[in-house]
Write a protein that binds this ligand. Structure first.
Ligand SMILES: Cc1cc2nc3c(=O)[nH]c(=O)nc-3n(C[C@H](O)[C@H](O)[C@H](O)COP(=O)(O)O)c2cc1C
Length: 186
């Protein structure tokens, strides 16, 4: 089984990208995670999308289309998802591939604040419903006070968070098996 990780942050020291990387160690061995890079995505402009999307977008779109599921971790900006994430989803939602339609997706997030991206995740889920993704309803992973949950090398160290994260990933793998319309790769 293959899962694509999407981070809504371009920061080198992003807590959300670090959260995605931590999944590699918590997922079952037979599940491979690849975190894709959104930094080459241009701002959406339909004039760039006449003969298909730019190469950087096409490459990610094809990886998502071929994957069994997508794990999204985004910062909460002003109580919503980041512009980086919205721009990427706008690109990826376009025909003919519509790579996120009927694709199992789990939404997680980390914030230095007290609400752990709760409002950002709510808006992300709504956005994903609009494009026909199958969104894992629960359990949720809301990482609050993120600087205290990672070490200096941005490794996730908080045991309670790891425990909840493991249960989210287990539920997601089971959700993928139940919802996938295509045959899983393993
Ligand atoms: C424009 C902007 C708006 C923000 N709004 C929120 C917010 O609504 N809620 C929140 O918890 N944190 C907010 N933050 C703080 C981010 O959660 C924090 O910068 C976080 O570390 C970004 O995620 P990253 O570490 O993955 O880059 C905001 C930050 C920025 C730059």
């Amino acid at each position: 089984m293959k899962i694509i990780g999407i981070s809504g942050s371009l920061r080198q020291r992003s807590f959300n990208t670090a959260l995605l990387r931590a999944a590699s160690e918590l997922l079952p061995h037979e599940v491979e995670l690849e975190v894709v890079d959104l930094s080459p995505f241009p701002l959406y402009n339909s004039e760039l999308d006449t003969d298909g999307p730019p190469e950087a977008v096409r490459a990610v779109e094809q990886k998502i289309a071929a994957a069994d599921g997508v794990l999204i971790a985004s910062p909460e900006y002003n109580h919503s998802y980041s512009g980086v994430l919205k721009n990427a989803i706008d690109w990826i939602s376009r025909p003919p591939i519509r790579a996120l339609a009927e694709k199992p997706v789990a939404v997680i997030g980390a914030s230095p604040g007290r609400y752990g991206t709760a409002r950002g995740q709510m808006n992300t889920r709504q956005l994903l419903h609009a494009i026909g993704a199958y969104v894992l309803p629960k359990p949720e992973l809301l990482v609050t006070q993120a600087p205290s949950k990672f070490d200096r090398d941005l490794r996730l160290t908080d045991e309670d968070t790891i425990h909840v994260y493991r249960s989210v990933l287990e539920a997601f793998v089971s959700f993928i098996h139940r919802t996938s319309v295509s045959t899983p790769t393993t």
